[in-house]
Design a protein around this ligand. Sequence first.
Ligand SMILES: NC(=O)c1ccc[n+]([C@@H]2O[C@H](COP(=O)([O-])OP(=O)(O)OC[C@H]3O[C@@H](n4cnc5c(N)ncnc54)[C@H](OP(=O)(O)O)[C@@H]3O)[C@@H](O)[C@H]2O)c1
Length: 327
Amino acid sequence: MISYRRCGRSGLLLPDVSLGLWHNFGDVDDPKAARDMIVRAFEAGITHFDLANNYGPPAGSAESNFGKIFHENLAAHRDEIILSTKAGHTMWAGPYGEWGSRKHLLASLDQSLARMRVPYVDIFYSHRPDPDTPLEETMSALATAVQSGRALYVGLSKYPLPMLREAVEILRSMGVRTLIYQPPYSILNRWPEAEGIHAWLEENGIGSIVFSPLAQGMLTPKYVDGIPEGSRAARSEGFLQESQVMAQQEKIRALQHIANDLGMPLHYLALRWALQQQGVTSAIIGARTVAQLDDNLAALNVPNLSAETLQAIDAIAPALHKEHAEA
Ligand SMILES: NC(=O)c1ccc[n+]([C@@H]2O[C@H](COP(=O)([O-])OP(=O)(O)OC[C@H]3O[C@@H](n4cnc5c(N)ncnc54)[C@H](OP(=O)(O)O)[C@@H]3O)[C@@H](O)[C@H]2O)c1
Protein backbone atom coordinates (compact mmCIF):
# COMPACT_ATOMS: atom_id res chain seq x y z
CA MET A 1 0.00 0.00 0.00
CA ILE A 2 1.21 3.48 -0.86
CA SER A 3 2.16 5.72 2.03
CA TYR A 4 3.09 9.39 1.93
CA ARG A 5 6.37 10.90 3.06
CA ARG A 6 7.28 14.53 3.71
CA CYS A 7 9.57 15.90 1.03
CA GLY A 8 12.47 17.26 3.10
CA ARG A 9 11.46 20.16 5.34
CA SER A 10 8.59 21.24 3.07
CA GLY A 11 4.84 21.14 3.26
CA LEU A 12 4.61 18.62 0.45
CA LEU A 13 3.90 14.92 0.95
CA LEU A 14 4.88 12.55 -1.86
CA PRO A 15 3.85 8.92 -2.34
CA ASP A 16 6.69 6.52 -1.48
CA VAL A 17 6.39 5.21 -5.04
CA SER A 18 5.93 7.64 -7.94
CA LEU A 19 5.29 6.71 -11.58
CA GLY A 20 7.72 7.87 -14.29
CA LEU A 21 6.81 8.24 -17.96
CA TRP A 22 10.30 8.01 -19.52
CA HIS A 23 9.57 4.73 -21.35
CA ASN A 24 6.24 3.17 -22.42
CA PHE A 25 4.13 6.35 -22.76
CA GLY A 26 5.35 7.62 -26.14
CA ASP A 27 3.63 7.51 -29.51
CA VAL A 28 5.43 4.20 -30.24
CA ASP A 29 3.72 2.57 -27.24
CA ASP A 30 0.32 1.02 -26.58
CA PRO A 31 -2.08 3.90 -25.74
CA LYS A 32 -4.48 1.66 -23.84
CA ALA A 33 -1.72 0.30 -21.60
CA ALA A 34 -0.52 3.88 -21.00
CA ARG A 35 -4.00 5.02 -20.01
CA ASP A 36 -4.65 2.00 -17.83
CA MET A 37 -1.34 2.42 -15.97
CA ILE A 38 -1.91 6.11 -15.23
CA VAL A 39 -5.49 5.58 -14.05
CA ARG A 40 -4.54 2.49 -12.04
CA ALA A 41 -1.61 4.32 -10.44
CA PHE A 42 -3.82 7.20 -9.34
CA GLU A 43 -6.50 4.83 -8.03
CA ALA A 44 -3.83 3.01 -6.00
CA GLY A 45 -2.67 6.25 -4.38
CA ILE A 46 0.28 7.16 -6.62
CA THR A 47 -0.37 10.88 -6.67
CA HIS A 48 2.89 11.84 -8.37
CA PHE A 49 3.68 11.53 -12.09
CA ASP A 50 7.22 12.31 -13.26
CA LEU A 51 7.70 13.58 -16.82
CA ALA A 52 10.25 15.52 -18.86
CA ASN A 53 10.10 17.50 -22.09
CA ASN A 54 11.98 14.80 -24.03
CA TYR A 55 10.14 11.66 -22.91
CA GLY A 56 8.63 9.63 -25.75
CA PRO A 57 9.67 8.71 -28.37
CA PRO A 58 9.21 10.94 -30.21
CA ALA A 59 10.37 13.57 -27.70
CA GLY A 60 7.38 15.38 -26.24
CA SER A 61 4.89 12.61 -26.95
CA ALA A 62 4.82 11.32 -23.35
CA GLU A 63 3.67 14.78 -22.21
CA SER A 64 1.05 15.00 -25.01
CA ASN A 65 -0.21 11.52 -24.18
CA PHE A 66 -0.25 12.26 -20.46
CA GLY A 67 -2.23 15.45 -21.18
CA LYS A 68 -4.81 13.52 -23.19
CA ILE A 69 -5.17 10.78 -20.56
CA PHE A 70 -5.28 13.33 -17.74
CA HIS A 71 -8.01 15.45 -19.39
CA GLU A 72 -10.11 12.39 -20.31
CA ASN A 73 -9.82 10.66 -16.95
CA LEU A 74 -8.33 12.65 -14.10
CA ALA A 75 -8.88 16.37 -14.71
CA ALA A 76 -11.34 16.58 -11.81
CA HIS A 77 -8.51 15.39 -9.54
CA ARG A 78 -5.88 18.00 -10.50
CA ASP A 79 -5.54 19.17 -6.90
CA GLU A 80 -4.83 15.61 -5.78
CA ILE A 81 -1.99 15.18 -8.28
CA ILE A 82 1.66 16.26 -8.31
CA LEU A 83 2.88 16.74 -11.85
CA SER A 84 6.59 17.14 -12.57
CA THR A 85 8.48 18.02 -15.71
CA LYS A 86 12.06 18.89 -16.63
CA ALA A 87 14.20 20.64 -19.21
CA GLY A 88 17.88 20.40 -20.03
CA HIS A 89 18.43 17.32 -22.19
CA THR A 90 18.29 17.62 -25.99
CA MET A 91 14.75 18.51 -27.01
CA TRP A 92 14.77 20.45 -30.26
CA ALA A 93 17.32 21.36 -32.95
CA GLY A 94 19.51 24.42 -32.78
CA PRO A 95 21.32 26.26 -30.00
CA TYR A 96 18.26 26.78 -27.72
CA GLY A 97 16.95 23.20 -27.65
CA GLU A 98 18.95 21.88 -24.67
CA TRP A 99 21.13 22.65 -21.60
CA GLY A 100 20.61 25.35 -18.98
CA SER A 101 20.03 28.76 -20.55
CA ARG A 102 17.03 30.86 -19.47
CA LYS A 103 16.01 30.73 -23.12
CA HIS A 104 15.86 26.94 -23.18
CA LEU A 105 14.36 26.33 -19.75
CA LEU A 106 11.50 28.82 -19.98
CA ALA A 107 10.66 28.09 -23.63
CA SER A 108 10.70 24.37 -22.87
CA LEU A 109 8.48 24.79 -19.81
CA ASP A 110 5.93 26.73 -21.89
CA GLN A 111 6.00 23.94 -24.48
CA SER A 112 5.49 21.31 -21.76
CA LEU A 113 2.48 23.20 -20.35
CA ALA A 114 1.02 23.46 -23.86
CA ARG A 115 1.54 19.73 -24.56
CA MET A 116 -0.05 18.68 -21.28
CA ARG A 117 -2.69 21.45 -21.55
CA VAL A 118 -2.21 22.57 -17.95
CA PRO A 119 -1.56 26.10 -16.63
CA TYR A 120 1.16 25.01 -14.20
CA VAL A 121 3.22 22.02 -13.08
CA ASP A 122 3.91 21.24 -9.46
CA ILE A 123 7.65 20.64 -9.83
CA PHE A 124 9.95 21.98 -12.55
CA TYR A 125 13.48 20.57 -12.74
CA SER A 126 16.77 21.46 -14.27
CA HIS A 127 17.23 17.98 -15.79
CA ARG A 128 21.04 18.00 -15.84
CA PRO A 129 23.91 20.30 -14.86
CA ASP A 130 25.23 22.50 -17.66
CA PRO A 131 29.01 22.95 -17.47
CA ASP A 132 28.96 26.05 -19.72
CA THR A 133 26.04 28.19 -18.49
CA PRO A 134 26.56 30.20 -15.30
CA LEU A 135 24.60 28.57 -12.48
CA GLU A 136 23.04 31.98 -11.69
CA GLU A 137 21.38 31.96 -15.11
CA THR A 138 19.96 28.42 -14.85
CA MET A 139 18.73 29.08 -11.31
CA SER A 140 17.19 32.39 -12.37
CA ALA A 141 15.09 30.49 -14.91
CA LEU A 142 13.88 28.11 -12.17
CA ALA A 143 13.10 31.10 -9.93
CA THR A 144 11.14 32.76 -12.77
CA ALA A 145 9.20 29.52 -13.32
CA VAL A 146 7.97 29.74 -9.72
CA GLN A 147 7.53 33.50 -9.55
CA SER A 148 5.51 33.53 -12.79
CA GLY A 149 3.19 30.78 -11.51
CA ARG A 150 4.26 28.18 -14.09
CA ALA A 151 5.60 25.89 -11.32
CA LEU A 152 4.93 25.55 -7.60
CA TYR A 153 8.34 24.10 -6.66
CA VAL A 154 11.74 23.54 -8.22
CA GLY A 155 14.06 20.57 -8.35
CA LEU A 156 17.53 19.65 -9.57
CA SER A 157 18.50 16.39 -11.22
CA LYS A 158 21.90 14.66 -11.37
CA TYR A 159 23.91 17.68 -10.14
CA PRO A 160 27.21 16.67 -8.47
CA LEU A 161 27.37 17.68 -4.81
CA PRO A 162 29.56 20.82 -5.10
CA MET A 163 27.33 22.23 -7.85
CA LEU A 164 24.19 21.18 -6.00
CA ARG A 165 25.30 23.07 -2.89
CA GLU A 166 25.99 26.20 -4.92
CA ALA A 167 22.73 25.97 -6.87
CA VAL A 168 20.68 25.59 -3.68
CA GLU A 169 22.40 28.65 -2.20
CA ILE A 170 21.80 30.74 -5.35
CA LEU A 171 18.13 29.77 -5.38
CA ARG A 172 17.88 30.69 -1.70
CA SER A 173 19.36 34.13 -2.46
CA MET A 174 16.61 34.49 -5.09
CA GLY A 175 13.95 33.64 -2.50
CA VAL A 176 13.26 30.13 -3.83
CA ARG A 177 13.67 26.96 -1.79
CA THR A 178 14.91 23.81 -3.52
CA LEU A 179 12.24 21.23 -2.85
CA ILE A 180 13.81 18.11 -4.24
CA TYR A 181 16.79 16.41 -5.86
CA GLN A 182 16.46 13.59 -8.41
CA PRO A 183 19.37 11.14 -8.77
CA PRO A 184 19.61 7.62 -10.18
CA TYR A 185 19.76 5.20 -7.25
CA SER A 186 19.46 1.45 -6.90
CA ILE A 187 21.34 -1.47 -5.39
CA LEU A 188 23.42 -1.45 -8.58
CA ASN A 189 24.05 2.31 -8.65
CA ARG A 190 24.80 3.88 -5.28
CA TRP A 191 26.91 6.92 -6.16
CA PRO A 192 24.59 9.51 -4.52
CA GLU A 193 25.14 7.63 -1.26
CA ALA A 194 28.89 7.17 -1.82
CA GLU A 195 29.32 10.88 -2.51
CA GLY A 196 27.41 11.92 0.61
CA ILE A 197 24.57 13.51 -1.36
CA HIS A 198 21.78 11.82 0.53
CA ALA A 199 23.25 12.75 3.91
CA TRP A 200 23.70 16.38 2.74
CA LEU A 201 20.13 16.56 1.41
CA GLU A 202 18.75 15.28 4.68
CA GLU A 203 20.76 17.80 6.70
CA ASN A 204 19.52 20.59 4.46
CA GLY A 205 15.85 19.62 4.44
CA ILE A 206 15.71 18.77 0.73
CA GLY A 207 13.83 15.68 -0.41
CA SER A 208 15.33 13.01 -2.66
CA ILE A 209 13.29 11.22 -5.28
CA VAL A 210 15.37 8.44 -6.74
CA PHE A 211 14.95 7.19 -10.29
CA SER A 212 15.39 3.70 -11.80
CA PRO A 213 15.25 1.87 -8.43
CA LEU A 214 14.92 -1.37 -10.41
CA ALA A 215 17.96 -0.40 -12.52
CA GLN A 216 15.73 -0.19 -15.62
CA GLY A 217 14.49 -3.74 -15.01
CA MET A 218 17.88 -5.35 -14.25
CA LEU A 219 16.72 -5.80 -10.65
CA THR A 220 13.81 -7.98 -11.69
CA PRO A 221 14.12 -11.71 -12.39
CA LYS A 222 13.89 -11.16 -16.18
CA TYR A 223 17.62 -10.82 -16.98
CA VAL A 224 18.97 -13.59 -14.77
CA ASP A 225 19.33 -15.89 -17.80
CA GLY A 226 19.78 -13.43 -20.69
CA ILE A 227 17.75 -10.82 -22.59
CA PRO A 228 14.05 -11.75 -22.98
CA GLU A 229 12.02 -10.56 -25.97
CA GLY A 230 10.02 -7.37 -25.41
CA SER A 231 12.19 -6.25 -22.49
CA ARG A 232 13.77 -2.77 -22.43
CA ALA A 233 17.20 -4.18 -23.27
CA ALA A 234 15.73 -5.95 -26.31
CA ARG A 235 13.88 -2.89 -27.70
CA SER A 236 15.61 -0.55 -30.14
CA GLU A 237 14.17 2.56 -28.44
CA GLY A 238 15.05 1.29 -24.95
CA PHE A 239 17.87 3.06 -23.10
CA LEU A 240 19.13 -0.13 -21.48
CA GLN A 241 21.95 -1.73 -23.46
CA GLU A 242 22.56 -5.47 -23.59
CA SER A 243 26.18 -4.76 -22.61
CA GLN A 244 25.03 -3.06 -19.37
CA VAL A 245 22.98 -6.13 -18.46
CA MET A 246 25.87 -8.46 -19.23
CA ALA A 247 28.26 -6.38 -17.08
CA GLN A 248 25.90 -6.75 -14.10
CA GLN A 249 24.93 -10.39 -14.61
CA GLU A 250 27.06 -11.78 -11.79
CA LYS A 251 25.72 -9.28 -9.24
CA ILE A 252 22.14 -9.79 -10.46
CA ARG A 253 22.44 -13.56 -9.90
CA ALA A 254 23.98 -13.09 -6.45
CA LEU A 255 21.19 -10.68 -5.45
CA GLN A 256 18.64 -13.13 -6.82
CA HIS A 257 19.97 -15.71 -4.34
CA ILE A 258 19.36 -13.32 -1.44
CA ALA A 259 15.82 -12.66 -2.69
CA ASN A 260 15.22 -16.41 -3.06
CA ASP A 261 16.39 -17.03 0.51
CA LEU A 262 13.92 -14.38 1.71
CA GLY A 263 11.15 -15.92 -0.43
CA MET A 264 10.52 -12.76 -2.46
CA PRO A 265 11.09 -11.68 -6.08
CA LEU A 266 14.25 -9.68 -6.77
CA HIS A 267 12.34 -6.46 -7.53
CA TYR A 268 10.58 -6.57 -4.15
CA LEU A 269 14.00 -6.67 -2.52
CA ALA A 270 15.26 -3.83 -4.75
CA LEU A 271 12.31 -1.54 -4.13
CA ARG A 272 12.25 -2.12 -0.38
CA TRP A 273 16.02 -1.53 -0.24
CA ALA A 274 15.69 1.81 -2.06
CA LEU A 275 12.84 3.00 0.14
CA GLN A 276 14.74 2.05 3.27
CA GLN A 277 17.86 4.11 2.49
CA GLN A 278 18.76 7.36 4.26
CA GLY A 279 17.21 10.49 2.81
CA VAL A 280 14.97 8.81 0.21
CA THR A 281 11.53 10.43 -0.02
CA SER A 282 10.13 8.53 -3.00
CA ALA A 283 11.24 6.04 -5.66
CA ILE A 284 10.18 6.69 -9.26
CA ILE A 285 9.44 3.41 -10.94
CA GLY A 286 8.68 2.69 -14.55
CA ALA A 287 6.22 0.08 -15.79
CA ARG A 288 5.24 -1.35 -19.18
CA THR A 289 2.00 -3.02 -18.13
CA VAL A 290 -0.63 -2.70 -15.42
CA ALA A 291 0.46 -6.14 -14.17
CA GLN A 292 4.01 -4.82 -13.58
CA LEU A 293 2.64 -1.79 -11.79
CA ASP A 294 0.43 -3.92 -9.55
CA ASP A 295 3.34 -6.24 -8.86
CA ASN A 296 5.46 -3.28 -7.75
CA LEU A 297 2.65 -2.04 -5.53
CA ALA A 298 2.58 -5.49 -3.92
CA ALA A 299 6.30 -5.07 -3.18
CA LEU A 300 5.35 -2.31 -0.75
CA ASN A 301 3.88 -4.91 1.59
CA VAL A 302 7.33 -6.41 2.19
CA PRO A 303 8.75 -5.47 5.63
CA ASN A 304 12.02 -3.55 6.00
CA LEU A 305 15.13 -5.61 5.25
CA SER A 306 17.17 -6.76 8.26
CA ALA A 307 20.67 -5.47 9.05
CA GLU A 308 21.98 -8.89 8.04
CA THR A 309 20.32 -8.70 4.61
CA LEU A 310 21.58 -5.15 4.09
CA GLN A 311 25.10 -6.34 4.86
CA ALA A 312 24.79 -9.22 2.41
CA ILE A 313 23.66 -6.73 -0.27
CA ASP A 314 26.59 -4.39 0.58
CA ALA A 315 29.01 -7.27 0.10
CA ILE A 316 27.69 -7.87 -3.44
CA ALA A 317 27.03 -4.29 -4.50
CA PRO A 318 28.88 -1.73 -2.35
CA ALA A 319 28.31 2.03 -2.63
CA LEU A 320 30.90 3.21 -5.19
CA HIS A 321 31.80 6.70 -6.31
CA LYS A 322 30.42 7.79 -9.67
CA GLU A 323 33.54 7.04 -11.69
CA HIS A 324 33.42 3.41 -10.47
CA ALA A 325 29.63 2.91 -10.65
CA GLU A 326 28.74 0.69 -13.60
CA ALA A 327 24.93 0.65 -13.91
N1 LIG B 1 16.14 12.63 -13.97
C1 LIG B 1 16.58 11.81 -14.89
O1 LIG B 1 17.55 12.08 -15.59
C2 LIG B 1 15.88 10.48 -15.08
C3 LIG B 1 16.53 9.46 -15.81
C4 LIG B 1 15.88 8.24 -15.92
C5 LIG B 1 14.63 8.04 -15.35
N2 LIG B 1 14.02 9.05 -14.69
C6 LIG B 1 12.66 8.90 -14.12
O2 LIG B 1 12.56 7.67 -13.43
C7 LIG B 1 11.48 6.90 -13.98
C8 LIG B 1 11.71 5.44 -13.77
O3 LIG B 1 12.86 5.00 -14.50
P1 LIG B 1 12.93 3.53 -15.02
O4 LIG B 1 11.78 3.26 -15.93
O5 LIG B 1 14.30 3.25 -15.50
O6 LIG B 1 12.65 2.74 -13.62
P2 LIG B 1 12.79 1.23 -13.14
O7 LIG B 1 11.63 1.04 -12.23
O8 LIG B 1 14.14 1.00 -12.63
O9 LIG B 1 12.60 0.34 -14.46
C9 LIG B 1 11.35 0.18 -15.05
C10 LIG B 1 11.36 -1.03 -15.97
O10 LIG B 1 11.60 -2.23 -15.25
C11 LIG B 1 10.76 -3.26 -15.73
N3 LIG B 1 9.81 -3.61 -14.67
C12 LIG B 1 9.17 -2.76 -13.80
N4 LIG B 1 8.40 -3.45 -12.96
C13 LIG B 1 8.55 -4.76 -13.27
C14 LIG B 1 7.99 -5.95 -12.75
N5 LIG B 1 7.17 -5.94 -11.72
N6 LIG B 1 8.36 -7.12 -13.32
C15 LIG B 1 9.23 -7.15 -14.36
N7 LIG B 1 9.77 -6.07 -14.90
C16 LIG B 1 9.44 -4.87 -14.37
C17 LIG B 1 10.06 -2.71 -16.96
O11 LIG B 1 10.94 -2.93 -18.08
P3 LIG B 1 10.57 -3.87 -19.33
O12 LIG B 1 10.10 -2.95 -20.39
O13 LIG B 1 11.89 -4.53 -19.64
O14 LIG B 1 9.53 -4.85 -18.89
C18 LIG B 1 10.02 -1.24 -16.64
O15 LIG B 1 9.84 -0.43 -17.78
C19 LIG B 1 11.40 7.39 -15.43
O16 LIG B 1 10.16 7.09 -16.03
C20 LIG B 1 11.61 8.86 -15.23
O17 LIG B 1 10.42 9.46 -14.79
C21 LIG B 1 14.64 10.26 -14.53
